[in-house]
Ligand binder design. Structure first.
Ligand code: NI
Length: 202
């Protein structure tokens, strides 16, 4: 016989902790609601993106202003990345290939300027799509770009072959034609959905 069917004081007493839990949960939700209503308006465009100055393979200096006029995607990583960067860039390439004529640019900015020259970046992205742009720069220029995009990147421990990996955040930022942050792309969706999402900002 289960306790629920007892129909006596026992089951009633057993229900009360649950009642308290529900009350606590409701109070927590109310508290969150009050907090959300009371805090200043959250403006993500003020938090992500901004001015940067970087280098292309042609030895040209580019800034964020050069990419305005059309939406662009921004992704930080490095060419020695064993898995996350190539997988993410392949997903992005799948999406932008669905809109072959769209003037959208995909900026791949290195977090490893020590090894990734502007030429290495350009060479690396050439296998994805012609609208990809590989960018590097001085350590100071890279640090400033990382800061603007709230990117986390740190050199990992040295490996036996003298190499090293980079720990880094992996977010694809969608910027609108004015260079303002729209959202981080959800690449778990089918490429068609991502392409459609990008298209709405053309
Ligand atoms: Ni990576």
């Amino acid at each position: 016989m289960s306790a629920d069917k007892a129909g006596d004081g026992t089951s009633k007493r057993r229900r009360s902790p649950r009642t308290i839990a529900v009350a606590v949960a409701v109070l927590a939700l109310v508290a969150v609601g009050v907090y959300l209503a009371a805090r200043p308006a959250h403006n993500p465009t003020a938090l992500i993106g901004g001015p940067f100055t970087l280098q292309t393979a042609a030895g040209k200096t580019v800034t964020d202003a050069d990419f305005r006029g059309h939406p662009f995607l921004v992704y930080f990583g490095y060419t020695h990345c064993p898995d996350v960067c190539p997988t993410t860039l392949a997903d992005v390439a799948d999406a932008v290939r669905k809109i072959p004529d769209a003037p959208v640019r995909v900026l791949f900015i290195t977090v490893d300027p020590e090894r990734d020259s502007p030429a290495a970046m350009a060479d690396y992205v050439s296998s994805f799509d012609s609208r990809f742009v590989g960018l590097s720069g001085s350590p100071e220029q890279i640090a400033a770009a990382e800061k603007a995009y709230r990117v986390y990147a740190r050199k990992g421990p040295s490996q036996s072959d003298g190499g090293y990996s980079m720990d880094h955040s992996s977010v694809v930022y969608l910027m609108d034609k004015n260079g303002l942050f729209v959202e981080s792309l959800d690449l778990q969706r089918p490429a068609d959905d991502t392409a459609k999402e990008i298209s709405t900002y053309l």
